[in-house]
Design a protein around this ligand. Structure first.
Ligand code: 5GP
Ligand code: ZN
Length: 116
């Protein structure tokens, strides 16, 4: 069951449309609506976890599944030079706007370090 009033729970449930990239028992992935790179995909657990701060020990398999899905998607997309960046924003200063844990998979252009 999704969390009420959570945008990403509604996307998982299909109540809000998205361009789905990948789905399995515990993970859902879709294209970001405001892409920051030629490939910008959001990979989320189907379980509502608000952010990295809210990960519990019992979530380790779920988080592992998110990371493994990110790797599979990046390889499947044959992203430029095999290079990609995975970002989790936690908290407002870090730019987290949606309070449902999500990995940003960014690829297809050179990435700067340190990030902005
Ligand atoms: P955050 O800033 O929380 O780390 O990332 C949230 C991301 O969700 C942003 O990159 C934003 O563009 C994306 N986003 C927000 N609303 C929607 C939506 O309705 N559909 C999709 N596909 N992406 C969204
Ligand atoms: Zn949610």
């Amino acid at each position: 069951m999704g969390e009420q009033n959570c945008l990403f729970c509604k996307i998982i449930a299909g109540e809000i449309p998205s361009n789905k990239v990948y789905e399995d028992d515990s993970v859902f992935a879709f294209y970001d609506i405001t892409p920051q790179a030629p490939e910008h995909i959001l990979i989320i657990p189907k379980k509502h976890i608000s952010g990295v701060d809210q990960i519990e020990a019992e979530d380790s398999e779920t988080i592992s599944a998110v990371m493994y899905a990110a790797k599979k998607i990046a390889q499947e997309k044959k992203v430029r030079d095999g290079s990609y960046r995975i970002v989790f924003n936690n908290g407002p200063l870090a730019g987290q706007a949606v309070l449902h844990l999500h990995a940003h998979l960014l690829a297809g252009r050179p990435m700067k370090w340190p990030p902005g």
